[in-house]
Ligand binder design. Structure first.
Ligand SMILES: [Zn+2]
Length: 302
């Protein structure tokens, strides 16, 4: 047995421990801010009830992502363990906060059994499915960060606007300013959800993420879990009902004039893809956090 004192910053184990303690303290402050408004309380309760691990990483592929491990798939139902949120450490606290809320939205979808489709879909419907998941996660983020802004903590709202969601922030703000009761009755959250679908660049990014990543990923999963019993069926109202009931308050069924299943607004432009990236010596500006298309689940064992 060997013991020694080592206060040197060159000791990697002690550095890692110090970093972990610093990260945890930082995340605790952020979670306290989220929970300080009613809309955010359920977010933090969800994180605690489901033991969601939040990790700050120096160089992740995406600035923000959530992951779960799929343990099995049976009759269209996915079973998971180890929900995690992975974030880039050098984001500001405001940015981390808004990203944590968005990613919690995704984890909640998965644990509410509406994170992956319970059937085999056409490419068009897979795209609609994952668009709706993104719009729902960002609508939650908009709702929580607006409540914080109203309570005097505007940083996360501004961070969300700057992360590529200004159109959604503006639509939400216009709605709640014109009609404050729209927060309570769900129409403001619905306008945030609907606005998600209005930006072609956003659709292009998520079209690509779904067609190139998620569809092959799920097909591989069905191969691995031979007992999946998943069948080809179009999306129907059970999906909308599940997505709606995953939300703390209903906003997709009775609210708004558009039908998620029938209005082409939600499912058009599936052919859009991002413009090829320009390679230039000075083009090293990273993508905005929260605006990077992430597959909603990246899981082992596939
Ligand atoms: Zn997302």
């Amino acid at each position: 047995m060997k013991e020694e004192f080592n206060n040197s910053s060159a000791d990697p184990a002690s550095n890692a421990a110090t970093q972990a303690a610093r990260d945890e303290a930082r995340l605790d402050v952020i979670k306290t801010r989220i929970a300080s408004v009613m809309e955010g309380e359920s977010v933090v309760t969800f994180l605690e009830m489901n033991n969601v691990k939040i990790e700050l990483l120096s160089d992740p592929i995406n600035w923000a992502a959530s992951t779960l491990t799929i343990t099995t798939v049976r009759d269209g139902e996915y079973f998971y363990k180890d929900p995690k949120i992975l974030l880039k450490r050098d984001l500001t606290d405001d940015n981390l906060l808004q990203a944590i809320v968005h990613e919690t939205g995704h984890l909640n979808q998965h644990l509410s059994k509406v994170g992956n489709p319970d059937r085999i879909l056409s490419e068009r419907e897979y795209i609609l499915f994952y668009r709706a998941a993104e719009a729902d996660a960002q609508a939650l983020c908009t709702e929580v960060t607006w409540a914080l802004k109203q309570a005097g903590d505007a940083g996360p709202w501004n961070a969300a606007c700057n992360a590529g969601y200004k159109d959604i922030c503006d639509a939400y703000e216009m709605m709640v300013t014109a009609d404050p009761s729209s927060i309570e009755n769900g129409t403001a959250k619905r306008i945030a959800f609907d606005t998600w679908f209005s930006k072609p660049e956003r659709l292009a990014g998520y079209n690509e993420a779904t067609a190139d990543n998620m569809i092959p990923f799920l097909a591989k999963g069905r191969e691995i879990f031979k007992n999946h019993n998943m069948v080809e069926k179009p999306l129907d109202n059970t999906w909308v009902e599940k997505l709606d009931s995953a939300s703390a308050k209903s906003y997709l069924l009775e609210v708004g004039n558009r039908s998620l299943l029938r209005d082409p607004y939600y499912s058009e432009n599936t052919q859009l893809r991002p413009a090829p990236k320009k390679v230039a010596a000075n083009n090293n500006t990273p993508a905005a956090p929260g605006d990077t298309p992430n597959p909603p689940v990246m899981a082992n064992p596939f």
